[in-house]
Every structure is written in C-alpha cells, then in structure tokens.
Ligand binder design. Sequence first.
Ligand code: FDA
Length: 496
Amino acid sequence: SCSVASPADGFLRCLLSAKIPSELVYTQSSTNFTDVLASTIRNTKFLTNATARPLCIVTPADASHVQAAVLCGRGHGVRLRVRSGGHDYEGLSYRSVRPSEVFAVVDLGANLRAVRVNRLESTAWVDSGATIGELYYAIAKNDSRIAFPAGECATIGVGGHFSGGAIGMMMRKHGLSADKVLDAKLVNADGDLLDRADMGEDLFWAIRGGGGGNFGIVLSWKIQLVQVPPTVAVFNIAKTVDEGAVGILARWQHVAPVLPSDLTIRVIVQGQQAMFQALYLGACDSLVATMGDQFPELGMTSADCQPMTWLQSAATPFISFGRNGTLEEALLSRTAGQSSAGKIKSDYVQRAIPKAAWEEIFSWFTMDGAGFILLEPHGGFMGSVPAAATPYPHRHGVLYVIQYIAFWQQGGDGTAATAWIGGLYDFMGQHVSKNPRRAYVNFRDLDIGQNDGTPESGEVWGERYFVGNYRRLAAVKAAVDPTDYLSNEQSIPPLR
Ligand code: FDA
C-alpha cells in the first residue's frame, strides 16, 4: 500500500528511498535499538523507560545520509536530535522533554569519526563523531610536540564539545577548541552541505561556541593544531581544611588567572579537601621555580612533579580522573570512565570570593548528598580574546568557571544530591557573576530556563550562556533556520 499511516512510516520510507542503507537505520522494533540508543547515554538518569524515545536512530556514514535525514524529517514532521558523543548533561542529543514531540536521532558517533592530520600544515580535519580521546591520540601518537586544546574527558564527542566552545587545561595558553577552528562542513536546516566559504562568516561565527543543535549538523571541523614541548609536567596536590585549604584556595583565586599561560592549576573541592591539579607546558625545574615565586602557599616541591608527554597528561588520572591502563585504553575506549547519574550547574567568578565565605562554602561539603565542585581558571589567552569574537563571552575579567557536580548511583532517586546542588547554587548567588548570572552552555542546565515557543523565553537562559552575543546568535538563527526546524528545549529561537 502507498498510504502513509504516520509521520514515522513516511519518514522511514523517505529515508530508504533516499538510499540510506537500511542497516544504518534502527527503528524501535529493531533488536539493537535499545543498545544503540544507550551506547553513548552518559548520564544514567536518562536510561529509564520514562525517558521519551526517538522513533528511530539514523547512523549516517556520509554527508548524503545526513542531508536525507534533514529533508525527510522536514517533509514528514519529524524533528531531529543530533548526537555525537552523548555527553550533554541534560541528554538533549537523544531525548525530548516535550511530551508530544516526534523526533529521530541522527547519531554521528557510530560511523562518522575519522581524524585526518596534515602534519605539514599542522592542521587536522576531525569528524564530529570522533571522541576527543581519539582526536588527541591521532594527532600526538607519532609526534609528542603537537597537541590540541580541548576538554579533560576522553569520551566527549567532538560535535557537541566544539559547538559549545570547549574549555580545558590548555585554554589559558591556546584558548577554546572553538578558537582554533579554521573551517567546517555542515548540513543546514534546508539539507544543503556547506563549508565555511558557502556558509558565510555569520554562520561560521555562530557554530564556534553558540551551542549544539541550533544552526545545522556539523559533520567535520578543520582545526589548527598547537605546539607543545615534548615533555610537560603535572602535579596533583591535596590540602585538607586542617592543612590550610581555605586560605590556599582563597589565594589561588588571585594567582591562577594571572600565572604564566603555560601553567594551569585547576581545583576540585570535595569533602574537606581541595585538590590542586596542574598542567605545565615546560619542565619540572622551571615549574618548581615558578611555583616558589608565584604561589609558595601551596608548598609544591620537585617531589610533586611528574614529567610526561602531553598525550600521557591527557590520558592520566591526574587530569582525566577515573582512568587507568594503557594510553590506548584511556584515550580510545568509548566506554571507559565512570558513568553515573548526575546534575550539573555552572557559574563564573569575576571577583575573588572572600576567605570567610570559603569557610562557609566548605561546610556544604559535609552535608548529605554533597558532590564536588571543579574550578577552572581563565585569564592568559582567554582574557585576550574580545567577548564578541566568538559566541563564548566569558573572556576578559573572568577569574574562573565553577562546575557544580552532584551525582548518585544509577537507580537511586538523587533526592539528596539534587537538593544539595540546588541549595549550594542558591547560596553561591551572592558571590558570582550577576546581571546576568552567567553559565556555560556546554554545562547544560535546564533549570536556568527553557523555550516555551516565544522568543522572549530564549532570552532568559540565552543571555546567561551568551551575554551580549545572544542577540547575534538569534539573528543568525533567523537567517539560517527561520522556521526553527532544528530546535530543542534550549535552542536559540529565531530573532523576530
Ligand atoms: P552530545 O552528543 O550529547 O551533544 C551535545 C549537544 O550538541 C546536543 O544539543 C546535540 O544535539 C548537539 N550536537 C551534537 N553533535 C552535533 C553536531 N555534530 N552538530 C551540531 N550539534 C551537535 N566541557 C568542556 O568544555 N570541558 C571539559 O573538560 C568537559 N568535561 C566533561 C566531562 C564529562 C564526563 C562530561 C559528561 C561532559 C564534559 N564537558 C566538558 C561538557 C561537554 O563539552 C558537553 O557535554 C558537550 O556538548 C558534549 O559533546 P557530545 O558530542 O559528547 O554531546
């Protein structure tokens, strides 16, 4: 029969008649559907029957398959969620919070994950479905002097990560991943395949930090690689409150953002302890000298210092915690690392928080449900980039970003952890950026607002992620996707 019974049937027939091989399409009745869906669900709280399921998952193997998915989706009233690494903290790459939404997942992680390095140019083309561990490995396995600035967890997908900017241990020296993007290939909401020259500079600006799922489906990125010394140095120093953690942390706020950009010291606060973790793009003796000169309060000595290659630093528990085994296991396994249920929130700090306030903050870490916070310094190169140069606006004047992390075991209800993170976040309001209270789009948080169909609802959360860049993003959206086909709970609404 030729009658189309539902959007789902019509969409599926359209995909197959567009010559997408049927083995690349998983419908809800496919044997492997649940496994494929779950394969990169990072936040296990969305691994439940209560999570709305896509009507199918398309695992494209080339650009034409992605173009077909867009055209068929538009033609049959099916929305698309794009998934690369599935690390979205709110699961927006594979689930919908809108009760009646009919949607399919375009999963780039399965078959679009090549990395092609051009060593002469010191550039690479990386597919969105690659993980950053695969990227790090491909660029540095044969040459310990080249590297790339991106995040600290090997399983993160390139597609979502670059789309939101991507902060990491080398951003003070080299900026965000998005700052190093030279070109990109994208399928827009009309199903056209565009590179930088075709898409124009406004759209190219928007995809480098304006958040995933908004402006098109980015298939691959051309990136500028960076130089690192063949040996770098790391340390990991824990201080308890009894050992003076509060005072050292208060001091860290003044020091970390103005250190030489070769040195990044981030902090994890958990329990009654602050863990100072550093990456230095240089040798141990010069690190010890710099620390003695600029941050003697930490008491770092040569015994704390571990030399290694940059690639090892990207794979080591010092930086990317929870990993062991070989370099290959740490960087290339797509299932390595811990998976748990969690809730994440973020803040930016522009004025150092007084020591007395840190004493109060530490008391939150003795409470029921307490998680941890991760503080990552800006400054250096980050502070030299104008706020409007890319959508990521948190540049000059930002001391550091705070990531709040509450977690619980799969199957638990997370009540205590959720209450803890909400309470701490409320308490922190007095100490962090205001008007707007800033947040980082890659630390997705639906509590700060969701689209309700009006452009005004986008401003509520959008100005917190993008500050003065929000309006330009909404204008780009109006130009490239005026009917808002690529949309989700926190996608940029078209400017009217
Ligand atoms: P996922 O596939 O879930 O996509 C995220 C969003 O982007 C979704 O809205 C999705 O639709 C969209 N999208 C995905 N692929 C796209 C494409 N090809 N084109 C257009 N849109 C696309 N961040 C950071 O900056 N530094 C860090 O160190 C870390 N560390 C970290 C550790 C862990 C354990 C987690 C879970 C997360 C982080 N993050 C992070 C946050 C991370 O950068 C963020 O979740 C990214 O969006 C993840 O990208 P994925 O492709 O994995 O996500």
